[in-house]
Write a new protein. Sequence first.
Length: 214
Amino acid sequence: MELLNQISENLQNGFDEKVAALTKEAVEKQIQPEEILNNGLVAGMNIIGRKFKNHEIFLPDVLLAARAMNCAMEVLKPLLIKEGIPIRGKVVIGSVKDDLHDIGKNLVAILLEGAGFEIIDLGNDVPADKFIRVAREENADVIGMSALLTTTMPVMKKVVDLVKDEGLYGKIKIIVGGAPVSKEYALEIGADAYSFDGANAVETVESFFPKRGS
């Protein structure tokens, strides 16, 4: 549909006011909120994610698209809640205790939200027990952790151990990432997956969930 294509294209260009206006127009034309979300907004963010992965665009472009997405979601969210539209999954994300770096973590959160996941962003310097507590309270599907310092990486293992102690291992998926983190380290500590960048994180988290019907 042409209007949904316009939403996607304007989102990719970071035109937040235009995207919000087109989203309102789509609602007024009685296009279903889920269709606007999936075929307009998420479709646009998926293209942004692919272009970022292929180095065709850069972080500022992603941030502009994310801002446009957020403006449109202010219009759509009440309608999605009213209709009980299911989210794809819920992700608790944060940089681990004593690690104050969050640019990469923020990017992952933006791209996951753009892909249709609900994000609970705990920020940085997050203690291990807080990841578990919030994941329990929010009934989250995934815990995502970032570390940029080798000295903070052991917190990731602590979170995995706590998940096991709480009987949640296998019920909550755990994904880890950050410059010093590796696939081998993820396996060593018992995490479900390692991600090397934002676009890969989206692909990895999507792999945890069954494909949605088209």
